[in-house]
Design a protein. Sequence first.
Length: 743
Amino acid sequence: MTRKSSGHGFGTAPVFLAAISTILGAILFLRFGYAVAHVGLFGAFLIILIGHAITIPTAMAIAEISTNLKVEGGGEYFIISRSFGSMVGGTIGISLYFSQAISIAFYMIAFAEAFTPAFGWFEGLTGIEPQTWMISIPATVLLLVLMITRGAELGVTVLWVVVTTLALSLFMFFIGSSSSSSGSTGLDIFAKVQNPDKFFVVFAIIFPAFTGMTAGVGLSGDLKNPRKSIPLGTLSATLAGMVIYFFVVIKMAYSLSPEELAADQFAMSKIAVWGPIIPIGLAAASISSAIGSILIAPRTLQALGGDQVFPSAAVSKFLAKGRGEANEPMNATIFTAGIVLAVVALGNVNFVAQIISMFFMITYGFLCLVSFLEHFAGNPSYRPTFRSKWYLSLIGALACFIMMFQMAPVYAFLSLIAIVVIYLSLKRGREEEDDLSAMIKGVLFQLTRRLQVLIQRKQAVVALSNWRPSFIAISSSSFTRLAPFDLLRWISHYYGFGTFIHYIKGPLDESTQRESKEKLDRLIKQGAVSHAGIYVDTIISPSFKTAVAQIVQIPGISGLENNSMLFEFHEDDEGEISRIIDGCQFASIVDFNQCVLRSSERHFGYKKRIDIWLTPGDYRNANLMILLAYIIMGHPEWKGCEIEIFAAFEKAEMSKQVGRLNQLIEQGRIPISQNKVQRMPWNKRAKSYQSLVCENSEDADLVIMGFSLNKVTQEKGEFFKRFKNIKEILFVRAGQKIVISEG
């Protein structure tokens, strides 16, 4: 949906002001003294460093992404949704919006807390016991009315006044001296109260102080140049806030004892050159944070409506509607006002504040994750003018998700459940939408590419006993004979990789290219229906012979070099044998293993018995034949299958050859018992090999036997035509030396 948003055309200053006024907020004035008291100056430093291990990478990630995207209204939501897709972006956007909206109520309650030092004086003067809601509710109503009627321009004007007051209060705090009742001041970086709260409990209480650095990003739709203002304003506010935090805790630790800091939430008043400036600064900080949040929350909601994230089109249209040329989010602000007033009326947002922190952590974690993944996606369209470091983004993402569970495991778990519920709600009725972004696909592409290169480099030194099948099957009857397709998916189910190629005879022209695409679509659907873990493709070539010549030269799709070819013909269609022999000749040139499947209408029967026939000519083929039988047997469709080996040797050689086979099976840990190795004394003059096989393997579901390419070529494929009583036969010729066991 195209948004009509000319915005206010703000510069960098509002971004900085919104961020710094939220960073130097209520937590700084009310809870930093508590933090120093319970974890000491050293612990407070550690909290600030950990907090900024989250916020600085996030700020840099925002700076990076915003210099690549044309960031429109919605700030953080816009960045996440355009990177992760509409469903994930909408889910995070909704949780972010509620965090921002409820933060307004949190800050307004903190604003009311600034007046508590005067409650005693007011009660003595009027006889009325004041309550914080008497201040928070009217102040909230007044602020909301002003924002609804006057909009963002008034908010930014007020920000200048508030930040000036905030700066004055901090200045008077820093130039003040201690009024410690203990009479002793100094700097002990490890001093803390007795029985202090645990470190992560303190961190959880302090963390909301670090969440303000993205406040200015929400003004993205009202900025003249977001690519410049967002990075500059966000990073400068984050770094300035960090420096101020360090100096504040040093001043506190130097001026007051841990006990005094823990006893009075307005301990900063005892240090400031004029005490009342601290409650005034708290009021300024709280109202500025509230203004910062009320500037961005409705804009996030407006952007969600503009993207039609909500299931109801009418709701989305209502929330997306703006006022005037600046597209002021009137309806979104009114909706936000209702949430804010409801929470302020409750007066206690401790539970909600914990959830707010969780949602902010999730948002920051995803922003850092976007930046981290973009570094590896290799997307040519990702060209930010400012670049963060991948390891900083990774640290930021990990810190967010780890600290969530360190701070409050229950709330972290609840927030994740809420995220899942929101996602499923948005997903309902929109299953057709692709939720995978180009960035994720790019990352997978880069990962696959690097793995392919690594596998290729390591291929030369792979042990012979670590051989894996990497088969290419070619067929021109892909949709009428499923035997080669099924055999390939069984072989490549777990231990290897398979590529199935449908052959189209003819020149490469528009007609064959169109046919190729149609056939490929059918193959992809066929693979999905059969749950085949194989790669499918088509090839157009003037002849089967030239097609094979092309195929044996293509690189392995999996990164593993192709090492085997699978051909197939039906027992009633022996005319294909001559071209299969030609294909085997090409495959042998590149040292491929060659397998020729003779299929039948029986289609592997009940898949319960595989017979392997070994002869004196199968010394090179034996290991591949046994290994293929073992691999096929590992597919769930062959569950319960048994392998029998028939050793057809001269009587004088029988004991020696069977002993070698048993040793091979034992050392290779092939699940074939010794009683499954059948001795088949074979007198070539008395009985043909064909008769021997047919007598013993007529009921087998698959028979595997070796073949000699030279003999098959000389006989013009007669060997493949024999064994008339046997149905599915897999003829195997090993083009590589394959070892089952090194033992």
